[in-house]
Design a protein around this ligand. Structure first.
Ligand code: UD1
Ligand code: CA
Length: 446
């Protein structure tokens, strides 16, 4: 039996007080629904259907990069979760098992879902339930004295005794399309919210003696839905703590796991130490024994081993070799390569450049579109003037070049090996190897 996925995402999310649909709020740098889509992709289902409604065009635009892998079904009137699934039914293979998920329950894990789909047999109704401390607002799982699941009762329809039950409905189900096709048209909306409740299929299954298979999530946070911005922030922190734990268990120290943000995929080597308020985004690889200072923002970067990234540095789209130091307050921009043993100091900005082994640029420089060969010294305040108002030009600097403080190198320009540029020189044409270039005013009067 193949697998189809239905993701419900038509809800308004009014409590977000946002002009954007709820499922496009971001958690760990990604839209809520993107988390769900990325997770279900690993299940390799035959098809994924998203039921959209409120501001659906925005949701479609945000997920456009998934192309034809997502089928879209509009729910024009929000008449309840059962009604929502019914809208999707025509779009799925009637011979498949269906896994029903929510676009606003972002952290459901692959392992939980994979296990859940595996244990739910073809002729059963699978329900993912959880024991929670505070079940307020959620559907309660009603069991008989033999502990069989009989039905789900929504909080608003529950008696005071039923409200005491702490086993709740996560809202995630696994059931054949065939059963859904039988049950969904039979749903009634005679309940406290006048909605077609998907939860009512449980009592229907029971009546028809269809087996009910209950499973639980691996981590309780996985089933948390997001309804308000406060809940979003709480879930973000819970998720960040769990990411931090995985990293720490791998041998990395984090000064305070409540003060790190990981918004992407990170691989970090043993004995690297990460100080407070570091943000890691996108695809990040950091080697062993590094020190990442407080307040650093690092995005889509590779950093070797034994590096020091000093406080408040911003690194984006760069490749940094081992034994390199960057910062404090440095900005390393996309397409930059810093080889092993490079030293980049405070208030240095580097863009689309390569600094070879042993290059030092200690203070207050702008280096753009430059190739700087081994062991050069770039003095304080040196600027590569790479832009003529229309185009960018390249600066090429050979090995062992000394560029004195506050020099301007007007590109395109080549400075050959071993040359020395005296402080304060504006260099407008190429410089030969081992030469001295200076533009100097001195007064003998002193
Ligand atoms: C639902 C369950 C409840 C469960 C809870 C878990 C029902 C009747 N109740 O309640 O048992 O404990 O989830 O979070 O199913 N949606 C649509 N179209 C609609 C209505 C909802 O797409 O017409 C989507 C929403 O966007 C959301 C999801 O379905 O992603 C859940 O809807 P919501 O209204 O939040 O259901 P709950 O009242 O929380
Ligand atoms: Ca909800």
């Amino acid at each position: 039996m193949g697998l189809s996925i239905i993701i419900l995402a038509a809800g308004k999310g009014s409590r977000m007080c946002s002009k954007n649909p709820k499922v496009l709020q971001k958690l760990a740098g990604k839209h809520l629904i993107e988390h769900v889509i990325n997770t279900v992709t690993k299940l390799q289902a035959e098809e994924t259907v998203v039921v959209y409604g409120h501001l659906g065009g925005k949701v479609q635009d945000a997920l456009a990069h998934h192309g034809d892998n997502i089928k879209w079904v509009e729910q024009t009137e929000l008449l309840g979760t059962g009604h929502a699934v019914l809208q999707a039914l025509d779009s799925i293979n009637p011979n498949n098992k269906v896994l029903i998920l929510y676009g606003d329950v972002p952290l459901i894990s692959f392992d939980t879902l994979n296990h859940f789909v595996e244990v739910t047999r073809e002729n059963q109704l699978g329900i993912l339930t959880a024991e929670v401390d505070n079940p307020a607002g959620l559907g309660r799982i009603i069991r008989n004295k033999y502990h069989d699941v009989m039905e789900i009762v929504e909080e608003k329809d529950a008696t005071d005794i039923q409200k005491q039950i702490t086993e709740i409905n996560t809202g995630i189900y696994c059931v054949s399309a065939n059963h859904l096709a039988q049950w969904l048209p039979e749903l009634k909306s005679n309940n406290a919210q006048a909605e077609y409740y998907l939860t009512d299929i449980v009592a229907m299954a029971r009546m028809q003696q269809v087996g009910i298979r209950v499973a639980q999530p691996i981590d309780i946070f996985e089933i948390s839905g997001v309804n308000t911005r406060v809940e979003l922030a709480q879930l973000e922190r819970t998720w960040q703590r769990s990411r931090a734990k995985v990293i720490m268990d791998g041998g990395v120290s984090i000064a305070d796991p409540d003060r790190i943000d990981i918004r992407g995929d990170v691989t970090i080597g043993q004995d690297t130490w990460i100080d407070n308020n570091v943000i890691l985004e996108g695809q990040i690889t950091i080697g062993e024994n590094c020190i990442i200072g407080p307040g650093c923002f690092i995005k889509d970067a590779t950093i070797g081993s034994n590096c020091k990234i000093k406080p408040y540095s911003v690194i984006e789209g760069a490749q940094i070799g081992s034994n390199t130091t960057v910062g404090p307050y440095a900005r390393v921009r996309p397409d930059t390569i810093l080889d092993d043993g490079v030293q980049v100091g405070n208030f240095v900005e580097i863009k689309a450049s390569r600094l070879a082994t042993g290059v030092k640029a200690g203070h207050l420089s702008y280096i753009g579109n430059a190739e700087i060969d081994a062991n050069c010294n770039i003095g304080a305040g040196v600027i590569t003037c790479n832009y003529d108002g229309a185009r960018k030009h390249k600066t090429e600097i050979g090995k062992n070049v000394f560029v004195g403080s506050n020099s301007s190198l007007v590109a395109p320009i080549t400075i050959e090996d071993g040359a020395t540029i005296a402080a304060g020189t504006v260099v407008t044409k190429s410089v030969e190897s081992e030469s001295l270039t200076c533009l100097l005013y001195t007064s003998d009067a002193a």
